[in-house]
Design a binder for this molecule. Structure first.
Ligand SMILES: Cc1ncc(COP(=O)(O)O)c(C=O)c1O
Length: 413
């Protein structure tokens, strides 16, 4: 078994006690299990083994270099969402031909970078963006490979802030416009339309919208083929959710079966951009109790040294993350709000949680923080970014050192 399990009652990561990591590296601390990342990547890959496919790991979920390198070593490509993520991908050893470039508002500079590098595909978000790519590539006497990101107007039934497939969302171009756009650019000097792209949201736990989106692009690909416009791949994005609260979610094989049922007859190469599913359960955020405080007639608060600056998901999406004491205690159970130290009432990690009454200095693990956690951290209140450690082969390495106040102020005059 890989990941986070109790040994003699104490929570450990792949056999390394979390208390040892906190003593050596301090808190707050992001801890990742390399074995879990490997296992979860391989599980998705295996689920699609019966069909030609490529997995482009969505760097936006967690782009710490060592994590990106680990996924590259497993055979993943990269899905980059900005010039910065393209840079990280290159420095992590991905070849340009292994990078797909997505993003709803790519700048001229970012597009020029992607064209000059010759990335595998630019997932184009609008007709205007295709015009810009065409102009840049024509000036360079090259032809950029693009996929049309279509908006199928499908409700992903996820949190509205991470749903991207409705016509009221800013992403992609209308399905109805796609054919005319393909026709318009079919003989353009600077672009070659090689694929269709769709991504209807993240943390999706109902397979129906994912399947419906796949069926929509398969239908569009067939209509394009009937007009003599041939593409070579379908990119179905990421989106598969994980269970943050223990409720059942679809497994990778069910996910693969749902997509492949829609895609198989097309025979087109399948590209996927999974992020969260691979890394979320592979991480915890380790934190110490700063205070335990009761507001008379109000609530009991456990104040941690990690808050919205290290984990913004609860505040941003009302997301649930399990919070567990690292060591067992015999204290009586309490019901409390687990909060961070920031000057914001919304700096709350969990409400009405139950566990034995902790003492100041006790360690807590905030679970499933391998995705959309460290990458979304901020320096609000001049808080310093925590270190990140990767547990591997019975030991660990610091893959990102703790930020110092000098690091933070180095950019200021
Ligand atoms: C275009 C695109 N691809 C891939 C992903 C990764 O999604 P997830 O982490 O849910 O797999 C996202 C995230 O929302 C995205 O916007």
């Amino acid at each position: 078994m890989t990941g986070f399990f109790r040994q003699q009652g104490t929570l450990a990561c792949d056999g390394v006690p979390l208390s040892a990591l906190a003593s050596a590296e301090g808190t707050p601390l992001y801890v990742y299990s390399a074995a879990t990342i490997v296992e979860r990547y391989r599980a998705i890959d295996a689920a699609f083994a019966s069909y030609p496919h490529s997995l482009h790991y969505a760097l936006k979920a967690n782009s710490t270099m060592a994590i990106a390198r680990l996924l590259r070593s497993l055979g993943a490509g990269a899905d980059a969402n900005s010039g910065g993520e393209i840079d990280v991908a290159l420095r992590a050893g991905f070849l340009p031909s292994q990078i797909v470039f997505t993003g709803v508002g790519k700048t001229w500079l970012e597009l020029a970078l992607a064209i000059d590098l010759g990335v595998a595909t630019i997932n184009a978000e609008s007709e205007g963006e295709i015009e810009r790519i065409d102009r840049l590539a024509t000036a360079r006497q090259t032809r950029a490979r693009i996929a049309l990101r279509v908006n199928p107007d499908i409700d992903a039934k996820s949190h509205p802030h991470i749903s991207t497939g409705l016509k009221t969302n800013k992403f992609g171009m209308p399905m109805a416009a796609a054919k005319a756009i393909c026709r318009r650019f079919s003989s353009a000097a600077g672009v070659e339309i090689v694929g269709l792209h769709v991504h209807v949201g993240s943390q999706i736990t109902d397979l129906q919208p994912l399947r419906a989106a796949a069926e929509a692009v398969v239908r569009l690909a067939r209509e394009l083929r009937d007009e003599g416009l041939v593409i070579d791949h379908l990119d179905l994005g990421g989106g598969l959710g994980v269970s943050y609260d223990g409720s059942p979610v679809p497994g990778v094989q069910e996910y693969a079966d749902a997509l492949l049922t829609a895609v198989r007859e097309s025979g087109l190469h399948l590209v996927l951009e999974p992020g969260r599913h691979i890394v979320a359960p592979a991480g915890v955020l380790l934190s110490r109790v700063i205070d335990v405080k009761e507001q008379p007639g109000g609530k009991l608060f456990v104040i941690l040294d990690a808050g919205m600056t290290e984990l913004i998901r609860p505040m941003m999406y009302g997301a649930y993350h399990a919070v567990e004491p690292v060591a067992p205690t015999a204290a009586a159970e309490i019901t409390c709000d687990v909060v961070g130290p920031l000057c914001e009432t919304s700096d709350t990690i969990g409400k009405d949680r139950r566990f034995p009454r902790p003492s100041v200095g006790d360690l807590f693990a905030i679970r499933d923080t391998g995705a959309y956690s460290a990458v979304m951290a901020s320096n609000y209140n001049r808080r310093l970014m925590p270190a990140e450690v990767l547990v591997e082969k019975g030991g660990w390495s610091v893959i990102r050192r703790r930020q110092t106040i000098d690091d933070l102020l180095a950019l200021e005059t």
